[in-house]
Design a protein. Structure first.
Length: 143
């Protein structure tokens, strides 16, 4: 499904993000993996912080394309992650990994299922990579 189709069915709304808005998202998103790398928080908390950052990076990619998710529609985080191949060309295999983190976070938040240290650590690293990739993609688009 294209971004235009998501707009047509109400999952996205047109949005002209300025550089400051996207910069604020990145600043917030970049703080989260740093916080999540500290050994003191639980693995659940580290996953939650990293997941928040990856959805902010995905939101920046959507906004850089001139859209934002509809706040009246459920599933915004899932939509942001699944739109990454359309927003900046992420490989679908990588989206599957990010989706697995989203599902693990949901299991922790809504069912109390613990997250392993390994999964939290992997999510932090994949989030750092996503942030760098989206930032580089946005920089190329600006030129």
């Amino acid at each position: 499904m294209t971004l235009e189709n998501l707009l047509r069915i109400g999952k996205l709304k047109a949005h002209a993000a300025d550089e400051r808005e996207i910069a604020r998202l990145f600043a917030s998103a970049e703080r989260a993996p740093k916080d999540a790398s500290v050994a003191m928080p639980s693995s659940d908390s580290r996953l939650d912080l990293a997941h928040r950052a990856l959805t902010q990076a995905a939101l920046a990619a959507v906004m850089a394309n001139g859209y934002r998710p509809s706040t009246s529609e459920p599933g915004r985080q899932q939509l942001l992650i699944q739109a990454l191949p359309k927003t900046f060309g992420m490989a679908p295999e990588r989206v599957q990994v990010l989706e697995a983190y989203r599902k693990a976070r949901n299991q922790t938040d809504y069912r109390g299922v613990p997250v392993s240290d390994a999964v939290a650590r992997e999510c932090v690293e994949d989030t750092r990579r996503l942030l760098a990739d989206v930032r580089a993609w946005i920089e190329v688009r600006r030129k």
